[in-house]
Unconditional design. Sequence first.
Length: 224
Amino acid sequence: MTGTVRITDVTKEYGRIKAVRGASFELGQGELVALIGHNGAGKTTLMKLMLGLIRPTGGSIEVLGDNPAAGEFTGRRQLGYLPENVSFDAALTGGETLAFYARLKREPVTKALELLDMVGLGAASRRRIGTYSKGMRQRLGLAQALIGHPKVLLLDEPTTGLDPELRQTFYDLIERLAAQGATVLLSSHALTELEERAGRVIIMNRGVKVADGSIDRLRNIARL
Ligand code: ATP
């Protein structure tokens, strides 16, 4: 498996707060990994570091063979990001919103609009987002993250607040994307049966990586 993300001994401090402390891991191409941790564990910080939105205090980060914090980082367009509390203009339709993001990312609008079908929002594309349910907004968020067929997808707590059936549907979609070769990192507060479907789990606690491995391996450790 080719490494698409390489985090080496990364630390991120905000003044006296140590959001991430010496974390190291790699994500291979086509891997679906669940990043688990309570509030403040450092999950969002790790994603922002991978996106190059913030710089590490120490350690190194490589995404698609490059340093995301470097000014000339060319891989950013190949990254898709669904932030934790994605918010859209309620007055716009789903279609208008996706067209806006496509232009922003300099991707063909027609291709972006096809993504609405993929996330099951084709029929609702002309409806204003103000009429969308939470699950529909999350799926629109995923469609937004998928514009331009990113090689790496960072999804920050995408299934929080969704009912069990929607969580399953959302997960089915993500699994399909990983099977097609995308590297997917998905964060969550808890390790439920759903996250266990990811196969590999990284557990963070107060900025420290405390476990990383296949679900079977972690179960065996827990039994020791
Ligand atoms: P949550 O589940 O609440 O989203 P998280 O695991 O994503 O939590 P982070 O958002 O990465 O956690 O936060 C890790 C720590 O860093 C927390 O203590 C948080 O308060 C702190 N932190 C994050 N961003 C900043 C910032 N811009 N300035 C100061 N402290 C910050």
